[in-house]
Design a protein around this ligand. Sequence first.
Ligand code: SF4
Length: 524
Amino acid sequence: MGALTTRQFKYKARVWNLEKAQSVCNYCGCGCTMNYETREGRVVRVSPTKNNYLCSKGRFGWDAIHHPDRLTTPKMRVGDRLVDCTWDEALSVIATNLKVIRNKRGAGSIGGLGSVRTTNEDAYVFQKFMRSVVGTNNVDMLARLKIPKGLNGAFFSGELNRIGENDVILVLDKDTTEINPLTGIEIIRAVSRKGRRLIFVNTGYSKLNKLASVMLPLSVEDALGKLVSALSGAKAGKDEAVAAAADHLRAAERVAMIVPAQVSDAESSRIKDLAKLLNNVTYYPLVSRSNVQGALDMGVLSDYYPGYQKIHTDTTASFAGSWDAILPDTPGMTAIQMMNGIASGTVAALYIMGDDPVGSNSPSQAVLQRLDFLVVQDIFMTDTAKLADVVLPAASSAEKEGTVTNVERRLQRLSRAEQPVGESKPDWEIIQAVARKMGGSMNYGSVRDIMNEIRSVVPMYADLAIGACWPEEKSPLAGTDADLSLFSDSVKEVITAERLLFSSGVMITRSRELETIRHIKVEV
Ligand code: SF4
């Protein structure tokens, strides 16, 4: 026993001396639960909870929290350099600059970009700060470029551990096992243990290829179009693979459809056309980033308050009453509009909490350099933080409490495994300190206070237990054509970075273990 151990854990501690803090992996939208195992207040290992699955990212990628790039003190720009400063100095500079810009150019000249790496509580406080303290609905997420069209409207996700209940699994994204490894594992289990049929639309290599009953080496749009034709009664012609796939789909009582993270308008409408021809379709949208669902639920959206409550006079009055604040009653700019607004000079200041647009897409650098004032709050000195006027050090997900909501809409709790590094703080605490410096009246004592308020204003969360999924019919967007994705053919060209299993990302690229795994050559 104990003959095999990980290099990360070797000689670090005796297993019987470890303490455990149950938490959630923050690498992708599957939200696998896990235990941080600590020795003398420092994480030395991560293990799955019960018999749960953890992919390599979840099991080994935690070491990024100990990377020397971690921000440990606030910094402010002096000339060309960012120099360490006190929290009070940093907060004063932010409050003064945001107020001056608001007075001169209006609150609409300030924007906020939120994060999908932070907790629900962080996201909620951030959007509330932008709306009730800064005074603008210009609050959004660039991560909306990378979510499936129709997420939380047409394509609500099923529960991942029920994929195997479907007779046929139609996979429309070749990178499924990379983007959401747990989804990939559930597909593999469904096929290899339960004999379910897999129809795989893919023109290249994937570990799912050899499991597929039918391979469709076509583009997603072509495959969907041919399947719709075949199932509508048109002859599949000489395409035997399409005919075989159509036969499986026609015979299936239940079908799981794995929806790509980025879908064009044409693909989206063909998915819906196909679903109308099938029995009992459950969608499984692929969501690469961890708390996308939670950030959307919490209203980090320029046109919706928390809980997908569309911004208009009535909802504004309701939230103004709940928050005891004066709120703007017109929708703000989306993340794309904010970036365009910076380029054209209508947006002068930007507050970024937990995102790195420059690291994801280097042309953003030239855009952000046009700002009069940039605040970046993050755990690392990212490429975006290097451009900022003030940089604020945030605690990592291992160093704070709160909740996150995975792609299944399952509410899960993070426990603090370590104290925040250096002077870093949880994001909500930082935002609250900025709000107070600007004269706002936020006064939360803990994440529990914030969650109590969330429960009072977000109907889906009112009585949602930890570990439960909120039902899709509770969403105001259920059955609508609301499109929360900002992805379109016109922005396709500007998205240069792909975030696959080990290749990119603020955390992944700072994990020594994942860097090692990435360079292991696997013969296929
Ligand atoms: S599947 Fe996603 S959430 Fe689960 S361990 Fe892997 S990266 Fe983390």
